[in-house]
Design a protein around this ligand. Structure first.
Ligand code: SF4
Length: 197
């Protein structure tokens, strides 16, 4: 029987640049594919480029780095059956972070820290499971819609606004909204600002 596999776009070792774990070293596993089609997407190269890798090869590639924090991202990781890999990595002592658009209600029982970044549509169940809801905010953002996410902010779940494309006008808008709603948090893409590879 063939080994379970996932289509992988890239595996690399870097620093988490955004969200509540900014500054954390991590091995990034970028799974291929996403059907959401956001116009501002900065990982379009992950839509189709990638190779099918058996789970054991993925683990081997990740474990060549001296770090056991993983960020499973995409593309959209929940468009593939990542749960067996998550279970395998957990058994091997990894701390698992996942970044998802939350469109599909997925089994995240082995994920230690779930970031949901809602786009055109999102599952309510995934919002409830999130440790962080990270919303990309730009000049086109519907501020009425944005407020629907505010109810999820609590001691366990942070709701962060992330300025689209790091543009100053979007940073200014996020800062204004956070000052008006002080339970919100700012997430900046520091890896882009600092050119961290
Ligand atoms: S959901 Fe994320 S990965 Fe998918 S198209 Fe939108 S920004 Fe890109």
């Amino acid at each position: 029987m063939p080994q379970p596999s996932l289509k992988v776009n890239e595996i690399f070792y870097s620093i988490q640049g955004e969200g509540p774990h900014t500054g954390m070293p991590a091995v990034f596993l970028r799974l291929a594919g996403c059907s959401m089609g956001c116009v501002f997407c900065d990982t379009r190269y992950a839509f189709s480029d990638g190779q099918l890798m058996p789970l054991t090869d993925i683990v081997q590639a990740m474990e060549k780095y001296p770090c056991r924090n993983a960020v499973i991202t995409g593309g959209e990781p929940t468009e593939q059956d990542f749960a067996p890999l998550a279970a395998l990595l957990k058994q091997r002592g990894w701390c698992l972070h996942m970044e998802s658009n939350g469109a599909h209600d997925a089994d995240v029982s082995n994920i230690d820290f779930l970031v949901i970044s809602p786009k055109k549509y999102v599952s309510r169940q995934m919002l409830q499971k999130a440790h962080t809801i990270k919303i990309v905010v730009g000049q086109e953002t519907d501020l009425q819609d944005l407020q629907n996410y505010f109810q999820y902010a609590n001691e366990r779940t942070a709701v962060c606004l992330q300025p689209q494309s790091n543009l100053q006008e979007n940073i200014d808008l996020c800062v204004k909204l956070i000052k008006q709603n002080p339970f919100l948090r700012l997430s900046l893409q520091t890896h882009k600002m600092a050119n961290i590879k």
